[in-house]
Design a binder for this molecule. Sequence first.
Ligand SMILES: Nc1ncnc2c1ncn2[C@@H]1O[C@H](COP(=O)(O)OP(=O)(O)OP(=O)(O)O)[C@@H](O)[C@H]1O
Ligand SMILES: [Mg+2]
Length: 301
Amino acid sequence: MLLTGAAITLFGGKGGVGKTTLAAAHALALADSGQRTLLVSTDPAHSLGDILDVRLGDRPRRVTGCLWAVEPDAEATVRRRIIQVADEARTVVPDEVMPAVRRHLRHAAAAPGMVESALHDRLIDYVDQVPETWDRLVVDSAPTGHLLRMLALPTLLAPWVHGLIQQRERARAVDGFAASVFDPEPGRDPVVEKLRARQRRLAAAAARLRTDAAVCLVTVPRRAVVAETRRAAAALRDDGIPLGVGVVNQVPSRVDTAVLTELRALFAPVGWVEVPLLDTEPIGVAALRALPRLTGAEPGP
Ligand SMILES: Nc1ncnc2c1ncn2[C@@H]1O[C@H](COP(=O)(O)OP(=O)(O)OP(=O)(O)O)[C@@H](O)[C@H]1O
Ligand SMILES: [Mg+2]
């Protein structure tokens, strides 16, 4: 059995447990079985290229026959989106108001959460390409908190909309003329409407993550990590996100059997895989291919 049968697999877990390594190894296994697979990093501190030992960038790059990988450039994405929204605005607002629109957008671009939102937005672009372009999408996530926020996608777009609305309200106070021209029909704002449409698109994608995706939690057999894994599993369950097979990584030859027993019990309903702690870091395609095949125990009832 493959690690998960879901079209979209996200790898989550605490910092440093091996999410990127296992995401890459899993994506390679899928690609080697002939499935067109895209491996996407949503960690703002990308390390997919380091683990695969290939240079990656903002556009999917072919790594092996059926495997492509991408490290979306969050800041470039924000810049592109801002230009796109400004272009759209230009078609509906008078020229003399455009400087005010650009000012609003610049402020919105600097809003907290913008870079994170941009990465998630890029992920949704790729989710939308399954199954037409990609048979499988494998997502390397930042540590758990970030993953959980990402799965709450619709609320993450709030900075786009709220930042813009706030700026517009401020502008109304100091720049009444521009604001009144910019808002020819009270209650209708084409820019905000575009952003709301984007928010709806994210809501649809978030719904899809509950039907076509699974999160494989990666953990290590250490007491300090087990509690976090348990909380992450509970949070995902509460959010209605299916759990994929669990991965117990970096299992040393002399392991605390009590911890291992606890993890096996935690993952029993979904099945799990145990990956030994290797003497050398599994970096590069050959080393990743040599990792134990990501097959797991049959899920329980
Ligand atoms: N089974 C293993 N045996 C030995 N080293 C491993 C194993 N799995 C991963 N590593 C190494 O552990 C380090 C952390 O792995 P990785 O970057 O995949 O973790 P991560 O969970 O993605 O980290 P981060 O939270 O920083 O994104 C890397 O140096 C990787 O090569
Ligand atoms: Mg990582």
